[in-house]
Design a protein around this ligand. Sequence first.
Ligand SMILES: Nc1ncnc2c1ncn2[C@@H]1O[C@H](COP(=O)(O)OP(=O)(O)OP(=O)(O)O)[C@@H](O)[C@H]1O
Ligand SMILES: [Mg+2]
Length: 142
Amino acid sequence: MGLKPLLEMRFPVQGNDFIQAGEASSRIKRTLQQIGMESSLVRRAAIASYEAEMNIVIHAYHGELVLTIWPNLIEIVAADVGPGISDVALAMQEGYSTAPESVRQMGFGAGMGLPNMQKCADELLVETKVGEGTRVVIKINL
Ligand SMILES: Nc1ncnc2c1ncn2[C@@H]1O[C@H](COP(=O)(O)OP(=O)(O)OP(=O)(O)O)[C@@H](O)[C@H]1O
Ligand SMILES: [Mg+2]
């Protein structure tokens, strides 16, 4: 990355709050549109942000999305305090989900969030510690 960020914004995310859910990623999308980012990049960033936000809502206690615009990339970090992920390779597989029945009834829990993030990102990093939390880094090249 090297150079200085052009913009950095932080958006808190509350676990289990399905009323506010989607707000942080909506703000990220709006911000990117307002600064005139190309629509295909906005779309990828918005989808990946939404999936990351919902994973905090569904699987963690609380966290935040941090949007940073670098001269050469859009970076979205989703960091949470939560149970962490014991097997990241398994979690990355399409269809794998530990979402409870109550969450599935709301239409979540298809096990497609992380695979979707992978598709939208040029680079995806998942750092996690069981019993502590998870940090997902989404990078989209400009
Ligand atoms: N932030 C997180 N904290 C703890 N576990 C997580 C987190 N994100 C993902 N996981 C684990 O990885 C699994 C797969 O995540 P993924 O987003 O692909 O699917 P999902 O959230 O279960 O369903 P969907 O995203 O399709 O609604 C989850 O079911 C959960 O076990
Ligand atoms: Mg998910």
